[in-house]
Design a protein around this ligand. Structure first.
Ligand code: ZN
Length: 118
């Protein structure tokens, strides 16, 4: 629960909301992975906050993903779609050890993110 509360307060914090808005302003609201403009866009941490908390406000660690792409990426992949937009994306293999619990926690994160990106 503590983790949930921390996530929620982060995603409502002024520094995050500023970075989130600046990222949408810079790239536009189009998913960098699949190209859709449908639905709500997520500002995704390329390197997940759970493993790289020091990068949570790094403008070079964020990209635009649609909900389904962000859910699919979860905290398993670290694919940087920004530099792959004009190239054929190489498949990045997930890191070897990710537990079900970690993925589940990340899905809970994304629900919160959904909530605050409305
Ligand atoms: Zn997408």
């Amino acid at each position: 629960m503590r983790r949930r509360a921390d996530a929620k307060s982060f995603y409502l914090s002024r520094p995050w909301l500023s970075l989130r808005y600046a990222t949408l302003h810079k790239y536009g609201r189009r998913c960098m992975a699949c190209g859709t403009t449908d639905g709500r866009m997520h500002v995704d941490h390329i390197r997940p906050r759970s493993r790289y908390p020091q990068l949570e406000l790094d403008p070079n660690n964020v990209q635009i993903l649609c909900g389904p792409c962000n859910l699919g990426k979860s905290n398993v992949f670290e694919t940087d779609w920004r530099c792959l937009e004009d190239a054929i994306a190489p498949m990045q293999l997930p890191p070897p050890r990710v537990t079900f619990d970690e993925v589940y926690v990340n899905l809970e994160f994304l629900k919160l993110r959904d909530f605050d990106s409305q």
